[in-house]
Design a protein around this ligand. Structure first.
Ligand code: CUA
Length: 330
């Protein structure tokens, strides 16, 4: 689907209007001042041209009034661009809490998506219209950048950390998705489609692809095969290592006296580089799992730990100090 303006991609997310408005404003200011300054230059060239070879111009005194004016007006114009742009930026880069999460792994040269219900996709992402979607993104190799022009949003995918991107599509359709960071030979081919569907079509699509293991379930089997249970307990109830039940989203006290919010990035770091933030009351005995799990498996482990939080939230009767083993997610 194309926009009615030439060269402008379709506008299909809740951000599109805001981004286009800022863009139009900046373009308008630029065109206006380019025209104004050009006309003034031409006028002055003609008006103050040298009329005879021996002409000596009248000396010019400075004008405080004029200088103040041409400093203050541009200041206000520049600040209006900054404030408005920052407002739109912060709305985009603060992911909402109640979003539908999708895990994304970029690698040379494809995009891999996995829904929390298990469905996997390559270079294609199906999402329902009118729902907030949050992408939790990692890369297997170099920096990539997920860009959906019709949604007016993009974010880098950076080695060694998670980045997020969120959007809410406003109309069903197929929208181009690109890699917007040069990442090697086939960078230009690293693209695909976001397929925005009516919620009922999306549910049908989900159930038609339902025979795949959820990331949390896959994470649980990795948790078991790597022997994490020997310290963290078979159900994450803790032991020599900190309990994992309910840890996601909580504030964790560290041995250095500081506290950290247990988000995806913290879980990731604690698996790859466990000495970086040791939980208060525990010794730094955990080995690094760098090189033993790939980005996809790491996301699955993170999804498993997150599911442990959900499991505890469903059994609020369990005392916080002695969490009872919760049922394993199916
Ligand atoms: Cu990935 Cu360019």
């Amino acid at each position: 689907m194309q926009s009615s303006f030439p060269f402008v991609p379709d506008s299909a997310s809740t951000f599109s209007g805001d981004v286009d408005a800022v863009y139009l404003y900046i373009s308008g200011v630029t065109v206006f001042f380019t025209a104004l300054i050009s006309l003034v230059i031409i006028f002055f060239v003609i008006r103050y041209r040298r009329r005879n070879p021996f002409e000596i111009p009248r000396p010019i005194e400075g004008s405080t009034k004029l200088e103040t004016l041409w400093s203050v007006i541009p200041l206000f114009i520049a600040m209006s661009i900054f404030v408005w742009g920052a407002k739109v930026y912060f709305a985009q880069y603060r992911p909402p809490k109640n979003a539908l999460e999708v895990y994304v792994v970029g690698k040379q040269w494809m995009w891999k998506f996995q829904h929390t219900t298990g469905q996997r996709e390559i270079n294609e992402l199906h999402v329902p219209v009118g729902r907030k979607i949050k992408l939790i993104m990692a890369t297997e190799d170099v920096i990539h950048d997920l860009f959906v022009p019709a949604f007016r949003t993009k974010a880098d995918v950076v080695p060694g950390k998670y980045t997020t991107l969120w959007f809410e599509a406003t109309k069903p359709g197929r929208y181009h998705l690109f890699c917007a960071e040069y990442c090697g030979m086939n960078h230009s081919g690293m693209g695909g489609w976001v397929v925005v569907m009516e919620p009922s079509d999306f549910d049908n699509w989900l159930s038609g692809n339902a025979n795949q293991m959820s990331p949390a379930a896959a994470g649980q089997s990795i948790f078991e095969s790597l022997g994490c249970a020997s310290c963290h307990g078979a159900n994450g109830e803790g032991g020599r290592g900190p309990a994992l039940l309910g840890v996601f989203g909580s504030d964790v006290a560290l041995s250095n006296g500081q506290a950290v919010k247990a988000d995806e990035g913290y879980l990731r770091e604690s698996i790859m580089n466990p000495q970086a933030k040791v939980v208060s009351g525990f010794s730094p005995i955990m080995p690094s799992f760098q090189g033993q799990v790939n980005e996809e498996q790491l996301l699955q482990l993170v999804a498993y730990v997150k599911s442990l939080s959900t499991a505890r939230a469903e059994t609020p009767a369990a005392p916080a100090a002695l969490p009872t083993p919760s049922p394993k997610p199916k």
